[in-house]
Write a protein that binds this ligand. Structure first.
Ligand code: DAH
Length: 339
């Protein structure tokens, strides 16, 4: 029996030493220590051992088991360490390799124009506010003195969501939201997207951007409007720029005007840019109609105001001498890269 145990021990030890991977260690464990393993078989033969020798043989079996277990553990640790070493070698990272250069994008011409415009008006004490793109008919038309069935409504080819909800055709409804807040005076600009069911061409798109302006205070006159917009035009298009106010009609302003600036390309002599006239139209404006003030609970005898609406794309196209509005929406990198 002693010899048998000794043999098992030696055999197991040499197998463990020869094992080349973690997996084979497990096989060895099962072969010697498992339920049907060799050592277990020896234990089963204990009943044939003389009673007085049993403690000694039992002790030997335990010693053998312990020795094999320890050898297995030691080898397991060795294999694990080797495996890890191998892995570290294979996965080595060269931290000195130069990094990939990531592409940095840049701002869209619309955004550049808007940021410039905001800088100018914020510098004059205006705050920048926003309003919803999906709007009640009331805010888009009615509260701006464009009643149901009024022909002015047809000029704006509206997208209807329901019979009384529209995609706003202009940023002017933001004026009404601001006035309804009841906090006076107001000095705000409201940039945003607007929608009209127009066909796409070089100067039209079903979705474009406007910047609304509104000032409400005591003793505001048309002179304030003129001075403000002249200042804006000169900062935006250069100090030589002259402005011209042409009488016009808008439902929500009285009197109303359209503003032209001297062509910044030819300085007013006439060129391709201004179609030979020397002037370029940039916005609509006027003194806020008393009815519009009243509908928003502002007393027109106490407060007056002016408003203006600028087409953002128009400003971007002019400033960067782009001759087709579609270029602004196509996101062609070759085009955008130039700004
Ligand atoms: N909402 C007008 C449009 O889309 C533009 C406009 C004109 C806005 C005059 C104004 C204004 O605030 O006073 O055609």
């Amino acid at each position: 029996m002693k010899e048998k145990l000794q043999k098992i021990r030696e055999e197991a030890m040499s197998k463990i030493q020869e094992s080349d991977a973690l997996e084979s260690l497990n096989e060895i464990r099962i072969a010697y220590l498992g339920k049907k393993g060799e050592l277990t078989e020896v234990l089963k033969g204990m009943k044939n051992v003389a009673p007085e020798e049993r403690p000694q043989v039992g002790q030997m079996v335990n010693d053998t088991r312990k020795a094999i277990e320890e050898a297995l553990e030691a080898m397991k640790a060795k294999h694990a360490a080797a495996k890890r070493e191998q892995q570290l070698k294979e996965e080595v990272i060269d931290v000195t390799l130069p990094a990939k250069k990531s592409k940095v994008g840049h701002r869209h011409p619309n955004t550049i124009a808007l940021e410039e415009l905001q800088r100018i008006f914020v510098g004059m004490g205006y705050s920048v506010v926003e309003g919803p793109e999906v709007e009640y008919d009331y805010y888009n038309f009615e509260a701006l003195n464009i009643p149901a069935n009024h022909p002015a409504k047809d000029e704006q080819d509206t997208f209807y969501v329901t019979s009384d909800i529209v995609l706003r055709t202009q940023t002017s409804p933001v004026q009404v939201h601001e006035m309804e807040k009841g906090v006076l005076p107001i000095r705000m600009i409201a940039p945003g997207r607007v929608f009209r069911s127009d066909e796409v061409d070089a100067t039209h798109s079903p979705s474009f951007h406007q910047v609304e302006g509104l000032v409400i205070d005591k003793n505001i006159t048309f002179a304030d409007l003129k001075g403000t917009l002249q200042q804006f035009a000169q900062e935006m298009f250069g100090p030589e720029t002259k402005v011209k106010f042409r009488p016009h009609h808008f439902q929500f302003t009285e009197p109303s005007a359209e503003v032209d600036i001297t062509c910044f390309k030819c300085g007013g002599k006439g060129c391709r840019m201004c179609k030979g006239s020397g002037w370029i139209e940039i916005l609509g404006c006027g003194m806020v109609h008393p009815r519009v003030l009243e509908m928003s609970n502002i007393d027109p005898n106490e407060y007056q105001g002016f408003a203006f609406g600028i087409g953002l794309e128009r400003i971007a196209l002019l400033k960067y001498e782009i001759d087709d509005m579609r270029l602004l929406y196509e996101n062609d990198e070759r085009f955008l890269k130039q700004f």
